[in-house]
Write a protein that binds this ligand. Structure first.
Ligand code: ATP
Ligand code: MG
Length: 142
């Protein structure tokens, strides 16, 4: 077991539904600590760049529109096996398939408006943290 970092986004449906606290509570109760955070409204360019791997998918335009439709909370989460733990706590992409008690089961509206993003590998976590946070922001002291 090792302490890892992963990257998380609370998506616009959940910031606007007042579920930021409820979602962070799930992380905190399950051993993940918020070690950096920024509240932001993403530009179209930033959202497109983030989801570039999905550029050819039919839902790409809808995904970018949604991710720029309201504020998001960008976070670094830290804890034991943080990448896998976060994915487990999030639940399946489509809330209809998400396990009981997962964030998407509790708070997602649809496969598109699905409350949270989480890095799906260690390489993705490193890349995504670098995309949104300066190196010197990802620390716990000032
Ligand atoms: P994320 O990358 O946001 O953590 P994920 O890894 O569970 O989610 P991906 O396959 O990477 O799922 O899809 C990225 C995002 O694109 C999904 O979270 C969802 O918001 C959106 N998406 C995926 N499939 C669909 C679909 N069929 N229709 C609409 N939106 C979709
Ligand atoms: Mg993904």
């Amino acid at each position: 077991m090792s302490i890892e970092k992963t990257f998380s986004i609370i998506k616009p449906n959940s910031t606007l539904d007042n579920n930021i606290g409820n979602i962070i509570a799930v992380f905190e109760k399950n051993g993940l600590r918020v070690s950096a955070a920024k509240f932001a409204k993403l530009s179209k360019e930033k959202a497109e760049g983030f989801y570039i791997e999905h550029k050819e998918r039919p839902f790409f335009g809808e995904l970018v529109n949604f991710m720029t439709s309201g504020p998001v909370l960008l976070m670094v989460l830290e804890g034991e096996n943080a990448v896998a733990k976060n994915r487990e706590l999030m639940g399946a992409t489509n809330p209809a398939n998400a396990a009981e008690g997962t964030i998407r089961k509790l708070y997602a509206k649809s496969v598109g408006e699905n409350s949270v993003h989480g890095s799906d590998s260690h390489a993705a976590a490193e890349r995504e943290i670098a995309y949104f946070f300066e190196r010197n922001e990802v620390v716990n002291r000032f």
